[in-house]
Design a protein around this ligand. Structure first.
Ligand code: PRP
Length: 182
């Protein structure tokens, strides 16, 4: 692992701050129309989705509730282990409620699949999955109901996404150079 500065470590910018803002506003407006009057429970999957989640919720001009679940599937490795660990569960009871699960990225799709099954067992009134970034081939897992951007199969960081805890606060989404994580 050779982490230096974003200027050195990022190979290219995939989405600028302006492109992300425009897309997130569109997604928030669509969700607000769909859920107006339903008081949806917006569920943030920590930590990667945190930046997208707060922008998305603020782009919804309807009443929402907010809750957070912390899971981990990767540890410090760049590859999914397929094992999802719940570090902090929701505070809310979701039975009979309209739940919107907010993810930052779908890689293998295993995290989302695990959470959908877990939440379905708690009997919500409805459930929708929203993800900012989607990679082309899911390794055995599932896709989301709504996607912000389709992306190539590259290691991306920024706007909440990390490598070993670094780069989450970059305002843009960039591709990490291979030499940083290989
Ligand atoms: C990342 C990301 C997703 C998941 C996607 O989380 O935020 O939750 O991996 O991968 P998958 O589709 O292969 O399951 P990570 O476990 O790295 O934790 P973090 O959100 O705290 O960075």
């Amino acid at each position: 692992m050779r982490i230096t500065t974003p200027e050195n470590d990022i190979q290219k910018v995939l989405f600028t701050q302006e492109q992300i803002n425009a897309r997130v506003k569109e997604m928030g407006a669509a969700l607000a129309e769909e859920y107006r009057g339903k008081q949806p429970l917006m569920v943030c999957i920590l930590k990667g989705a945190s930046v997208f989640y707060t922008d998305l919720c603020r782009a919804m001009d309807c009443g929402v509730f907010m809750d957070f679940i912390a899971v981990s599937s990767y540890g410090v490795s760049s590859k999914s282990t397929g094992v999802v660990r719940i570090i902090k569960d929701l505070d809310s009871n979701i039975t009979g409620r309209h739940v919107v699960i907010v993810e930052d990225i779908i890689d293998s799709g295993l995290t989302l699949q695990y959470l959908k099954e877990l939440f379905a067992s708690r009997k919500p009134a409805s459930m929708k999955t929203v993800c900012l970034l989607d990679k082309p081939c899911h390794g055995g897992g599932i896709g989301a109901d709504a996607v912000g951007f389709d992306i190539p199969d590259e290691f991306v960081v920024g706007y909440g996404l990390d490598y070993a805890g670094h780069y989450r606060n970059l305002p843009y989404i960039g591709v990490l150079k291979r030499e940083v994580y290989e």
